[in-house]
Write a protein that binds this ligand. Structure first.
Ligand code: ATP
Length: 238
């Protein structure tokens, strides 16, 4: 069966420096797949390349069987691949509802957009309560909810989340991870980049460990949670 996403020997460079050095991985429909690894491992670079924001130096990317390396970013969104970026990048002076509508800018089905805004409010009630307020007034965790809600507004078949738990309190982090689990239960396919390896591997069907631009380990999420190397390097155990 064709995977939803197939990445084969992907290389990405900044100038002459290779940040991603030939990585291969797959995401099957309905799966949560996580890329974990420390600072500078190449996780964000990988996601930015998948969404067309960076051009690969080599390798292939296939989404639903079709090559997308070299495809412009807006076309990739249209094909069904959405990206909730690291650092959220919400528009602080626009209202919460306006931020959500931006995620739907390619859609022509007004009624469907209205339904999906409501779905975002069902998923994150605080966004609905404050829909007319400037997004900059939200807390960090609420802004993360908004970034996820906005990515969902393009009706993605594959949702990429870059460090959704970054900088959040433990309670907020738990809420975000519960939402990822809810989306998975509803059948959304998710590629999750996280420094919080424990949370990510607990949810993931499959995990890949990145170190300085290379995949050094891959397995089922649960198996990686029990892996000695992972426990020492990423779960803070001796
Ligand atoms: P983090 O969690 O810190 O974001 P990461 O795993 O997402 O880490 P990347 O941000 O993808 O890592 O960075 C991979 C490598 O590429 C690092 O060595 C980083 O310094 C380098 N890098 C990232 N962005 C740029 C850039 N715009 N110009 C030059 N080098 C960059």
């Amino acid at each position: 069966m064709t995977a939803m996403l197939e990445v084969d020997d992907l290389r990405v460079a900044y100038g002459t420096i290779l940040a991603v050095k030939g990585i291969s991985f797959r995401v099957e429909q309905g799966q949560v797949v996580t890329l974990i690894g420390g600072n500078g491992a190449g996780k964000t670079t990988t996601l930015r390349t998948l969404s067309g924001l960076l051009k690969p130096a080599g390798g292939q990317i296939r989404f639903k069987g079709r090559r997308i390396d070299g495809t412009p970013a807006h076309k990739i969104v249209e094909l069904g691949l959405a990206h909730s970026p690291e650092g959220r990048h919400i528009f602080p002076r626009m209202t919460i509802e306006e931020n959500l509508l931006l995620g739907a800018y390619l859609r022509r089905d007004g009624a469907g957009v209205g339904r999906d805004i409501q779905r975002a409010y069902d998923l994150f009630p605080v966004l609905g309560e404050r829909r007319k307020q400037a997004a900059g007034t939200l807390s960090g965790g609420e802004q993360q909810m908004l970034a996820m809600g906005r990515a969902l507004m393009s009706q993605p078949e594959l949702l990429m989340l870059d460090e959704p738990s970054m900088g959040l309190s433990p309670i907020m982090m738990q809420k975000i991870m519960e939402t990822v689990a809810e989306l998975k239960a509803a059948g959304t396919t998710i590629l999750l980049v996280e420094q919080n390896a424990q949370a990510a591997l607990t949810l993931a069907d499959r995990g890949y460990v990145l170190e300085t631009g290379r995949i050094v380990l891959e397995d089922h999420g649960q198996a990686l949670l029990g892996n000695d190397q992972v426990r020492k390097a990423y779960l803070g155990e001796d």
